[in-house]
Ligand binder design. Structure first.
Ligand SMILES: [Fe+2]
Length: 348
């Protein structure tokens, strides 16, 4: 396999350029509507895309999927190949203006109205000493896995570029928790095995910044409470162990970041989190995806962390995301969804 290419039925699967993990998938296809043909071929061989995803430790790029922009239901169809439940954002307390009109499985990430999500701040300094895009924590902030403040958390996210920003800005960074866990020094491995992180919804007044600023944490209803998650996840499909952790904005810095350790931003727990995140986000475990229009990227939240990068506010950005859940691993067996209000859960 010197070319890095592997035959997988209707698809060409190759190593992801510029990354030590991940796969790029292209359909062998002659003319017609490419994105629709990808969906049909993937449905005809439903293990092909998941197999490529897991072979790449949880990151998959499908370029050239422009047809999704005209037929958004294709994104929901492709999502269903990755797990039993694709989140319907109308059912999960999501503001309606962030949900696609005709395909409610699509969550809209955009700086355009009515969503108006602003880009993350630029790191300070904007580049590393050798002139590169910063990826490593704490120079780079914003590393997280999607919805880790829910139990069970989602398995997989799909992210489609309807309108990406210009190249060199608005990238999505990925960190491979499998490779990073395997490379941990034994002493640190022993410390993180069995460790429990406390995750919380962003903007709850419990972030590192909010606690340092002395903000009063917001009262949280029962279905909004911080959730405990293992720092090392055992993947339910591959059996591989992976670091599973967020940082400043999605951990609870009042009672955490770790259960059973000294809490707060200056405690022993914070020191350990900084050590783990600095390890996880080293260049050899990270990849920066510079988006082309029509790119579809699939990632496994059970084993990868990711972060968004800054872009100039003048650029228009429109991305569509779906989340797939239903196979979080034995740790979560039989659990009710933590984020569904009790009265609603009783009514269903
Ligand atoms: Fe995210």
């Amino acid at each position: 396999m010197s070319s890095g290419k592997k035959d997988s039925g209707a698809f060409d699967v190759s190593l992801l350029p510029g990354a030590a993990f991940g796969r790029r998938v292209r359909l062998r296809h002659n003319g017609g509507d490419y994105a629709a043909a990808v969906a049909a071929a993937a449905e005809a061989d439903p293990e092909a895309l998941p197999r490529a995803l897991y072979a790449g430790d949880g990151l998959l790029l499908l370029p050239g999927m422009h047809g999704i922009a005209d037929e958004p239901a294709l994104l929901a169809r492709l999502s269903r190949l990755f797990g039993p439940e694709v989140e319907d954002y109308r059912q999960t307390l999501t503001a309606r203006h962030m949900v696609h009109d005709s395909v409610p499985e699509i969550f809209i990430v955009s700086n355009l109205p009515p969503v108006g999500r602003q880009p993350p701040p630029r790191p300070e300094p904007p580049l590393t000493a050798d002139g590169r895009l910063p990826t490593r924590f704490p120079h780079r902030r914003g590393w997280h896995t999607d919805q880790s403040y829910r139990r069970p958390p989602p398995d997989i996210s799909l992210f489609f570029a309807v309108l990406p920003t210009q190249k060199g800005q608005g990238q999505t960074l990925f960190a491979n928790g499998i490779g990073a866990y395997a490379a941990l020094p034994d002493a640190l491995k022993r410390r993180v095995d069995g460790l429990v992180g406390i995750h919380v919804k962003p903007r709850s007044g419990r972030s590192e910044t909010a606690v340092r600023a002395g903000e009063t944490p917001q009262p949280l209803r029962p279905h909004e409470q911080p959730q405990r998650q293992p720092v090392v996840r055992v993947h339910p499909v591959t059996g591989k162990r992976a670091l599973y952790l967020c940082e400043a904005g999605q951990m609870d810095w009042v009672d955490g970041p770790f259960a059973g350790m000294q809490p707060g931003p200056d405690g022993d727990g914070a020191r350990l989190l900084y050590e783990i995140m600095t390890h996880l986000t080293q260049p050899q475990f990270t990849y920066a995806h510079d988006w082309d229009q029509g790119d579809l990227v699939v990632w496994d939240n059970r084993s990868l962390a990711h972060a968004a990068t800054w872009y100039a506010a003048a650029h228009k950005r429109l991305m569509w995301r779906t989340t797939v859940r239903g196979n979080p691993g034995g740790e979560y067996a039989g659990e009710k969804k933590s984020w569904i209000p009790v009265d609603e859960a009783a009514a269903t």
